[in-house]
Design a protein around this ligand. Structure first.
Ligand SMILES: C[S@@+](CC[C@H](N)C(=O)[O-])C[C@H]1O[C@@H](n2cnc3c(N)ncnc32)[C@H](O)[C@@H]1O
Length: 205
C-alpha cells in the first residue's frame, strides 16, 4: 500500500525548485496577509509544503507552527528555515485533523494551495473554525477549478481517476464561499486575479 503522502514526497525536491507561477499575485497575497499579522500573533499553517510562506511571515509574529503530512516536504522546509535563521517557526508532520491543539488557540490559520486537495473540506473548515480564537482569521488560497477554462477543468476528473495523483476538487468559488459561511466564517476579503488562478480568501471567526 502506498503512503498517503507518496505523490508529495516524490515531488518535494522539484517543488522546492519550481518558480512561483505568478509572482505578482503571490506578493499581493503576502502583503494582504502581512496586514493581518501582529507581533503577538500565534499562527498555524497547514499543508505548508516546503515552508516558503511560513518563513516569510515568521519574522512578523510571535510564532508560526507549520504542519504537512509529507515528511520530504518538511525536511526541505526545516533546511530552508535553518538557512534563513528563523527561530520562531516549528514544523510537524500532521494533518489538521491529527494536530493536537486546544480549541481557540490560534490568531491566524493559513491554508495556502491546499483546500482543493483535501477530501473532507467541510470537516477541515469546521476544524479551522474550532482551532481559531474568536475574532481570529483563516487566510487561504484555493484553486476553484469548477470556474476555470475547460483545459484546466478536465484536469480534475483525470486526477481523481488516477489513484497515484492527488484528488482535485471540481468546486467553484461560489460553492467555496458558501462552505465558509456555513462553517461560521464571515468573508472579509475575496480576491481572485483570474478564473484560472487561486482565490485568496480572508475569513473571520
Ligand atoms: C500544492 S502544495 C502547497 C504547499 C504550500 N502551502 C504552498 O503554498 O506552496 C500542497 C501541500 O499540501 C500537502 N497536502 C496535500 N494533501 C494533504 C492532506 N490530505 N493532508 C495534509 N496535507 C496535505 C502536501 O503534502 C503539500 O505539501
Amino acid at each position: 500500500m502506498f503512503k498517503r503522502s507518496w505523490f508529495w514526497d516524490r515531488l518535494a525536491k522539484r517543488y522546492a525548485r519550481m518558480p512561483i507561477p505568478d509572482q505578482a499575485s503571490y506578493e499581493t497575497k503576502l502583503e494582504k496577509t502581512r496586514a493581518l499579522l501582529r507581533p503577538d500573533s500565534r499562527v498555524l499553517e497547514f499543508g505548508c509544503g516546503t515552508g516558503s510562506t511560513a518563513i516569510l511571515h515568521a519574522p512578523h509574529v510571535a510564532l508560526v507552527h507549520a504542519i504537512d503530512y509529507s515528511p520530504r516536504m518538511l525536511e526541505i522546509a526545516r533546511e530552508k528555515a535553518g538557512a534563513a535563521g528563523v527561530t520562531n517557526l516549528t514544523f510537524a508532520q500532521a494533518t489538521l485533523a491529527e494536530l493536537d491543539s486546544p480549541a481557540g488557540s490560534w490568531d491566524v490559520i493559513l491554508g495556502m494551495s491546499v483546500l482543493h486537495l483535501l477530501p473532507g473540506r467541510v470537516q477541515t473548515l469546521a476544524r479551522v473554525h474550532h482551532l481559531l480564537k474568536p475574532g481570529g482569521v483563516f487566510i487561504s488560497s484555493t484553486i476553484c477549478i469548477g470556474d476555470a477554462s475547460w483545459p484546466m477543468r478536465v484536469l480534475a476528473p483525470v486526477f481523481r481517476a488516477l489513484p497515484l495523483l492527488p484528488s482535485i476538487s471540481s468546486l467553484t468559488l461560489s460553492q467555496l464561499k458558501g462552505e465558509f459561511e456555513r462553517a461560521g466564517f464571515k468573508i472579509e476579503d475575496c480576491w481572485r486575479p483570474g478564473v484560472n488562478k487561486a482565490a485568496f480568501i480572508v475569513a473571520r471567526k
